[in-house]
Design a protein around this ligand. Structure first.
Ligand SMILES: [Zn+2]
Length: 392
């Protein structure tokens, strides 16, 4: 049985212990006592070193705790050193979670159904159908008030039958380890916690999303809140510099720029439409009418896509007795457009042209398009149309 020193003193980082057993060629070590917290209850394990050898995992085996080391540990006595920055960060997040869950329960009446402590951020899943932005602000503000009140956070051991006022019924009988935040919360928990709410530092709810069991709140506490706030501020400052504005002016400025962009887009599309009409007229004027008076044009559009040609095709065939055939190379594709009075169905004409080279496509009586296997086939389609045209 390993004596868990963190149960009674979460602030103990250095300790002496006797080695009781070692397995896995000395890399899996069992001690009589340890300050190393094993992964459990959602809180990640501590790192650090044992006799100068890095501790890479700590496993809770029920009665005992296994220390997994990078190399075998020699000797029967060892000094353990817990990586304090990592541990204290976990203590801030974990106590912050107790605080947040209690405030959500007291203010809104919603239960916490699960918690997760991650490397970057932590989450609590709340048994609530929804939470408004106003409710989130309220919860965050209340949690931070209690942080400033610096209420004691105490650890006690109580028998399950006698333990009263617990927020959640304990899942087991016998002696419970109870964490009490003064005048706020009593919860049975085996994790490590700070000794007063002031040490949690700023509580920051970062994200609210739907979860399987209700609502998931992503939160940061203490040092993580400060680092995130600094990163956010740096990001905003970079954006401000980019736009030559103070960060407070950014929302208005970005909205104005987006409106300008939208207006410029509309104006551009209008100009493109005008240009299409102009180009179509130019092509129409240059085309020699056949004996039936039909003007045909074959447009070899090397770059760009068929979509970019659609405007010209439609403008061309908006004029009387007109047939427009165009090809693009990347990917090899053909477009056919015809005016209603030409007596030619665009989809049928396309089908005839494509059938010779094994292409695929379709469309309406006025506009149709399709793909051909390659550049050679594309050229053959355009050439056979021109040949047909020359006969008329
Ligand atoms: Zn806890």
């Amino acid at each position: 049985m390993t004596d868990r020193l963190y149960y009674t003193d979460a602030y103990l980082s250095d300790f002496e212990a006797s080695v009781l057993q070692r397995t896995d060629e000395g890399r899996r070590v069992y001690l009589d006592r340890t300050a190393f917290y094993p992964s459990s209850g959602g809180q990640p394990f501590d790192t650090g070193d044992l006799g100068g050898i890095p501790v890479i995992d700590v496993v809770d085996e029920g009665d005992r705790i296994a220390h997994i080391l990078a190399e075998p540990l020699p000797g029967n006595q060892a000094t353990g050193r817990v990586d304090w920055a990592r541990r204290f960060d976990h203590m801030q997040q974990h106590t912050g979670q107790h605080l947040l869950s209690a405030v959500v329960s007291d203010l809104l009446g919603h239960r916490t159904v699960s918690v997760h402590f991650g490397r970057e951020a932590s989450t609590v899943d709340i048994d609530a159908p929804r939470m408004s932005a106003e409710q989130i602000r309220l919860v965050e503000a209340r949690a931070n008030e209690i942080v400033v009140e610096n209420r004691p956070v105490a650890v006690s051991f109580e028998e399950s039958e006698q333990a009263s006022g617990l927020r959640k019924a304990p899942g087991r009988q016998g002696t419970l380890r109870i964490i009490t935040i003064e005048n706020l919360d009593r919860s049975a928990c085996g994790g490590t916690h700070v000794r007063a709410t002031g040490e949690i530092g700023a509580v920051f709810i970062r994200k609210v999303e739907r979860a399987r069991n209700g609502i998931r709140l992503e939160f940061l506490c203490g040092g993580r809140s400060n680092r995130r706030a600094r990163a956010d501020y740096d990001l905003l400052t970079t954006m401000g510099t980019e736009l030559s504005a103070s960060i407070d002016e950014l929302p208005g400025l970005i909205a104005a720029r987006l409106a300008e962009l939208k207006e410029a887009g509309l104006a551009r599309r209008e100009l493109e439409a005008q240009l299409d009409v102009y180009r179509a007229r130019e092509l129409y004027t240059a085309a020699e009418p056949d004996r039936a008076g039909i003007r045909r044009v074959v447009h070899r559009h090397v770059g760009g896509s068929l979509n970019q040609l659609r405007g010209v095709a439609q403008a061309f065939t908006a004029m009387p007795l007109a047939i427009f055939v165009a090809g693009t190379e990347h990917p090899p594709a053909v477009m056919v457009a015809t005016s209603a009075d030409s007596g030619v169905d665009a989809a049928s004409l396309l089908k005839v042209l494509l059938s010779e080279v094994g292409g695929r496509g379709g469309g309406s009586a006025r506009l149709a398009q399709g793909n051909v296997p390659g550049r050679e086939q594309l050229e053959s389609v355009l050439a056979s149309f021109e040949e047909e045209t020359a006969k008329k």
